[in-house]
Design a protein. Structure first.
Lengths: 225, 225
DNA sequence: TCGTTTCCTTATAAAATCCTTAAAAATAGC
DNA sequence: GCTATTTTTAAGGATTTTATAAGGAAACGA
């Protein structure tokens, strides 16, 4: 079972050390030394994220804060900061583990694999929301018997809304979440996509996307949690 | 979000310590001193399991081995065994975390909650005041069973008042707090919104907004915090 | 290269909200 | 009880935001 991991650390020695350790388990490792360049959209491509807390340009905490809302995969901190307060803060931001330096290679591998194992066991491969079933892997949405003829962008918006059902997104946020940081796209482009999505869902008599006047759009949250 | 946890440890002091710590987070804690009596079927009733590794009759590892196949919930080890080999063995048996004694209460709580959070999908942050429940993320107010049909401005005023229950705000302050610094808006505009809010709350027979004559409005502070 | 699909822009219509105005009701002080 | 001030209520228009439709640019595959 190969997983894709992203490791962010300004210490290049540490990067190569971690890379070597985790590649032993058959994972594909991408590394990044500059935290400031890491975008939420990129993080969504990975199965697990590993951040150093102390980095010169942008610390791991603020990076985590920035992406946690849009990224579901486990986020692990690597840190020399052993203080309890920092640890609690890290978990409070939605982190999944907090590995104190100096750590043993064996412990790192064991913890990373434990988190990956849990992800696989609990497959988010497919989720059903409001009458639409999403196959995250295949990037197709199914309603009733037939697959919805979504374009790529339509599917992306749809999936993002459904994944965060109940949360309101502005047009700008949606555009950025789906197409990346260059949010120059006119908000009305998003409106156009929403229209098309609704039209395609109308054939199945479902309309899970609500407009929140003056704010944006949201996927209707099902009553059952 | 209340979860059910089972803590197994032969040390009774440790049991009460852990129980006290985790009950602070609103969880329901069951404890068990005798590992030999813990059956897989029982473990299935819980959202998270916390085992001590070193126990006289039956150690936590063998307990984990016995139940892992039948239990999906996170299993955390509490242990004084700091050796790397034991840690790797624990993860190898399907454990999800490994907390080394002596641990801080804060770390225990942070780690337990991190695992629970991942199990239950995104607990919504919500506060309840005077019969109205606010979903801050979704920007939705709920009374009883149905969501209140607030407009954006109405919701904003409502949330601001409820968030600072008991504090009086002038119309100007409210307008500025909700719509920004350009508080040129006529005070009567706020009065209009207050009227509409009250009208919508009237259907549920609640009126938490009080008029402070000559000053402004405030959200009635409930006796119980 | 051509044709198709997807995406973005523009323009217009429609809808909802917000603000203003004015009159009625309530309050506090005398 | 009377008056001045403040709040409540009601209705209308102005403004803002969204929905819809149509056209053109850009990307993609054959």
């Amino acid at each position: 079972m190969m997983s894709k991991l992203l490791v962010v650390d300004d210490d290049l020695d540490m990067l190569s050390l971690v890379r070597a350790a985790l590649e032993k388990d058959g994972h594909q490792i991408d590394t990044e030394a500059d935290a400031a360049t890491v975008q939420p959209a990129r993080c969504r491509l990975y199965d697990l994220l590993l951040f150093d807390v102390m980095m010169p340009d942008k610390d791991g905490f603020s990076l985590c804060r920035r992406i946690r809302a849009e990224v579901d995969c486990p986020i692990l901190f690597l840190t020399a900061k052993a203080e309890e307060a920092a640890l609690v803060q890290g978990f409070g931001l939605g982190a999944d583990d907090y590995i104190k330096k100096p750590f043993s290679i064996a412990e790192l591998r064991a913890r990373v694999n434990a988190h990956l194992r849990r992800e696989v066991r609990q497959p988010t491969r497919t989720l059903s929301r409001g009458g639409v079933r999403f196959d995250i892997q295949a990037k197709v949405a199914i309603a009733g018997e037939h697959t919805l003829p979504f374009t790529k962008g339509e599917y992306a918006i749809c999936e993002h809304l459904a994944l965060h059902a109940g949360q309101v997104f502005t047009k700008e946020q949606l555009y950025e979440a789906v197409f990346g940081c260059e949010a120059e796209g006119d908000p009305s482009a998003v409106a156009e996509h929403i229209k098309n999505i609704r039209a395609k869902l109308k054939a199945d008599a479902i309309s899970p996307i609500e407009t929140v006047w003056g704010v944006g759009y949201k996927w209707r949250k099902s009553s059952v949690l």
